[in-house]
Design a protein around this ligand. Structure first.
Ligand code: PHE
Ligand code: ZN
Length: 886
């Protein structure tokens, strides 16, 4: 484990490597504990570098066996090897030479799941970001692109499947019951995209013909017996391939595309060239075991990894500071794909909720960083909501500013100009500036300035002059002392809504640049701290609808006047903004209710909210999924974020429960009607339509249980459920509303028995119990760490129990006696010894400790500090803790 903590990597220090690696020939002789790796590297000295300049290759925990230079054994004077580096002291003076290196690695001892490791008895690799150096010494940086040929040898019986990137070239038998396979990837790639998988799995096979007529074999490998559960992933893959051709003109570029599902994986999935490796929870689905949410995630992640083939692989990143170049752009692409496959407004609302729940708090707390960071101690800690989700918002803003045509021209230029290269954000932006003939200098601040800008907007209508004045002030509070906060470019998609919501025309606008792309909303382009914008020729007093479709990742404080928001919640022609108005009104009531609870008063919803809530509930013209979103109150964590300081999670919980009951009782008849009308009639179909019906019906179920203060209906729903969506939801309602009931205990036991052999389903069982909102859950979670099926080694299990407890259960996690913090920190200490990446990620759950009320704040701090004092804290974890406490 790497425990050193001092070294900081800086963007400003970037310089190209002295040497390049044109070709990489790898041989793996697989063995559970002693795998021998030989790497034959075709080295080339970069032009301008002095002959004989020493060459340092990266390593991490490697056992060095030997090296040869141009075919001759390299003696101790020629190379010096440690576990973490190999230095060739005086490389040949020739421009090119070969360097052969032999190392030994122990995949069984690799509990970090980085490099070559064992999972389910198979061999698997994970190299992003810096895992390749745990396999062999290399220039392990994304700007060194090499053509790989890989030969794998292993026992034929135990390890029938031998996979790597690219196309298969050869396979055959060896002596002693072993066999081999050779793979060659013709596309130069950085080491982080290398992959190897070897083992014994079942396969689902299909094919795809690209637009230009290339026949591509598609294979998805899953555990034997689970092949039918890969059908949805395969379908999503084919739809992704078609979509990327149609929307971006991008085709697949090898004869085969393979996906392997493994059960031990630190992240969601990995885009290795031609050989994606997936956390199996994002591949396997059938109605019995997967929820609608699971299906949607599978579709999105299959697409995401596939889309990386162009945005990430064909064009990769110059250095890890440019991570958002591939991630932000690819998230934008997968969001657009899902929007096209399902409901665009529903997808957008979901994405904005996610952004607010994860990215906004990150961007306003101690872990805030620019979308393109300038320094890091541990790159693993920068796979964040800021890099991914805010990165995607920046691309979306470009699209809004440039319009469909300008954006497409910029993307085309990017692919044409940088294909085969390792690029930077500057190069990416230059393509749009050039193609759309616009200056993006100020826009580029989005990549460099951390923090969420705020807009303060006021309006004034002058009836006699028929003008409508809009004042916009932007401000950016530096989240970390000393970070820059120059004014940004903020695209505000807008409409002036007349009496019934229809958009009013105007003659002219002054005070800000505006854009009007064909078929799109008008956009006000904010560039200054303050704009006084005047619309002329406005026939009646309008209501201003702004940030339509959430056109920029900003906050708006203060909110629009309550009266305007009630109007927009009923009439806004943009479905996102209508939801936004309703959601903000609900939030306002929830905050008021929290104050009431703190003062010892009951929590209630306002009459106006009750009215609009029942109007939406009863409005059959809305799409079901959209209605379900509108009828879901902000979560306790959303309310806490909005309150911001001196947070009392118990008061928030009571308040939300009180408001929910009030609304549920007031709308009970409507919910009862929905519940009965949306009874499933046809066989389960994971598509958007069926998912929407189930989502709305399950909201109704929750509300009816609250209204009746009884879980009878949840019990009945559980008995009737014929799919995991309904089953898991009913079990959650029953367990959360009546945790001490015999019915809940029996239902949990029945669920466990039914799915005892299905780890990814059992994760739901852990999560439901870890999120019961009451103090005693601390002890429940403690006990569950000893339950059959729990494992301290599996990231999915850890996230489903420990992670869900820390991020999805504000009441128990923030228990006033600090036991929740102690539980988390003790668990993290234990996890860190084996898997620093997962430990560091769990630690981010404590980043908001400063916002708590004083008693909890002190207990949280004590728990974090005592974890930091532990004797072996990984670099990953130390980095998060030190920034959290700074
Ligand atoms: N690059 C992966 C993705 O976003 C995420 C990942 C990062 C996976 C690091 C593993 C390790 O698609
Ligand atoms: Zn990605």
């Amino acid at each position: 484990m790497r425990t050193e903590t001092g070294q900081v990597i800086r963007l400003g220090d970037y310089r190209p490597s002295d040497y390049l690696i044109d070709k990489t020939d790898l041989v793996f002789r697989l063995d559970p504990t002693r795998t021998r790796v030989t790497a034959k590297l075709q080295m080339r000295r970069r032009a301008g570098v002095a002959p004989g300049t020493p060459l340092t290759l990266d390593g991490d925990g490697l056992t060095f066996v030997g090296a040869r230079i141009d075919g001759a054994d390299a003696g101790d004077n020629a190379v010096s090897a440690t576990a973490d580096a190999l230095v060739v002291n005086a490389p040949p003076a020739s421009e090119t030479f070969t360097l052969e290196i032999e190392t030994v690695v122990d995949p069984t001892a690799n509990t970090q799941l980085m490099g070559l490791y064992r999972t389910g008895g198979n061999y698997c690799t994970q190299c992003e970001a810096e895992g390749f150096r745990r396999i062999t010494y290399f220039l392990d940086r994304p700007d060194v692109l090499s053509v790989y040929t890989v030969r794998i040898e292993a026992d034929r019986k135990d390890v029938p499947l031998l996979l790597s990137n690219g196309n298969p070239v050869e396979q055959g038998d060896l002596d002693d019951g072993r066999h081999y396979a050779v793979w060659r990837d013709p596309h130069p790639k950085p080491s982080y995209l290398f992959a190897l998988f070897a083992g014994n799995l079942g396969v689902v096979e299909d094919e795809f013909t690209t637009a230009s007529g290339r026949l591509v074999t598609l294979k998805i490998y899953v555990e034997h017996g689970k092949e039918p559960r890969a059908a949805y992933a395969m379908d999503a893959l084919k739809r992704s391939m078609r979509w990327d051709e149609e929307r971006f003109g991008l085709e697949y570029d090898l004869d085969i595309f393979q996906i392997v599902a493994v059960s031990d994986f630190n992240m969601g999935a990995m885009e290795n060239k031609g050989l994606n490796i997936f956390n199996d929870k994002y591949v396997l689905a059938d109605p019995r075991t997967a929820t609608d949410q699971d299906y949607a995630s599978i579709e999105a992640i299959i697409a995401h990894e596939y889309f990386h083939n162009w945005t990430g692989n064909r064009i990769t990143c110059r250095d890890w500071f440019q991570l958002c170049l591939k991630e932000g752009l690819t998230v934008y692409r997968d969001q657009e794909f899902s929007a096209d496959m399902r409901s665009r407004p529903v997808k957008r609302i979901g994405d904005v909720r996610l952004l607010r729940a994860h990215q906004f708090p990150e961007d306003s707390g101690p872990l805030a960083h620019p979308v393109r960071p300038r320094t890091y101690r541990e790159i693993n800690n920068f796979y964040t909501a800021t890099v991914y989700e805010k990165g995607a918002e920046i691309v979306r803003m470009l699209r809004t500013l440039l319009g469909a045509k300008g954006f497409a021209a910029g993307m085309d230029l990017y692919f044409q100009r940088h294909d085969g290269e390792a690029a930077t954000i500057e190069q990416f932006l230059a393509c749009f500036a050039e193609a759309a003939q616009t200056d993006l200098t100020q826009f580029a601040l989005w990549y460099d300035q951390p923090g969420t800008p705020n807009l303060a907007i006021t309006t004034r209508y002058d009836r006699t002059a028929r003008t409508f004045a809009v004042t916009v002030n932007q401000s950016l509070k530096p989240p970390v002392a000393g970070t820059p906060n120059a004014p940004m470019v903020i695209p505000i998609a807008f409409a002036l809504a007349g009496k019934n919501g229809s958009t009013l025309d105007h003659d002219a606008v002054s005070g800000a640049r505006t854009m009007q792309h064909e078929g799109e909303d008008g956009v006000l382009v904010i560039t200054e701290p303050k704009h006084e914008i005047v619309f002329t020729g406005i026939a009646e007093e309008p209501v201003l609808s702004v940030l339509r479709g959430f056109s920029a990742p900003v906050t708006r404080v203060p909110q629009a006047p309550t009266r305007d928001r009630f109007f927009l919640a009923r009439h806004d022609s943009d479905p996102f903004s209508r939801w936004e108005a309703l959601n903000s009104l609900a939030m306002e009531d929830l905050i008021k209710a929290t104050r009431a609870v703190s003062a010892g008063d009951p929590a209630a919803a306002s009459d106006a909210l009750v009215d609009i809530f029942s109007a939406v509930a009863g409005d059959g013209t809305f799409d079901n999924a959209y209605r379900a979103l509108c009828l879901t109150l902000p979560a306790e964590t959303d309310i806490a974020r909005e309150i911001g300081r001196d947070i009392d999670p118990d008061a928030i919980n009571k308040a939300r429960r009180g408001v929910t009951e009030h609304l549920a009782k007031a709308c009970e008849r409507v919910f009862a009607r929905i519940y009965h009308e949306l009874q499933p009639r046809n066989a389960y179909d994971p598509g958007a339509e069926g998912a929407g019906r189930r989502a709305l019906r399950n909201v109704a179920l929750t509300m009816l249980c609250h209204a009746a203060r009884s879980t009878d209906l949840a019990e009945q729903a559980l008995a009737e459920a014929d799919n995991m969506t309904d089953r898991a939801h009913a079990l959650m309602v029953l367990t959360h509303l009546a945790p001490e009931s015999e019915a809940a205990a029996q239902a949990l036991e029945a669920f466990r028995t039914a799915f005892r052999a299905e780890p990814i389903v059992l994760d739901k069982w852990f999560t439901i119990q870890a999120t019961v909102p009451r103090a005693e859950t601390v002890e429940t979670v403690q006990a569950l760490t000893k339950a059959p099926g729990f494992s301290w080694d599996n990231p999915n299990r850890l996230r489903s129990l420990i992670g869900a407890f820390a991020t999805g259960n504000p009441v128990a996690f923030n228990r006033a006696d600090g036991k929740g913090y102690e539980l988390l920190c003790a668990a993290i200490g234990r996890i860190d010894a084996k898997n620093p990446q997962v430990a560091a990620r769990l630690m981010t759950a404590m980043r908001a400790w400063r916002n708590l009320e004083p008693g909890r704040r002190q207990r949280a701090k004590t728990a974090i500090e005592s974890l930091r004092r532990g004797d072996r804290v990984s670099r990953d974890l130390a980095d998060i803790i030190d920034r959290t406490l700074a």
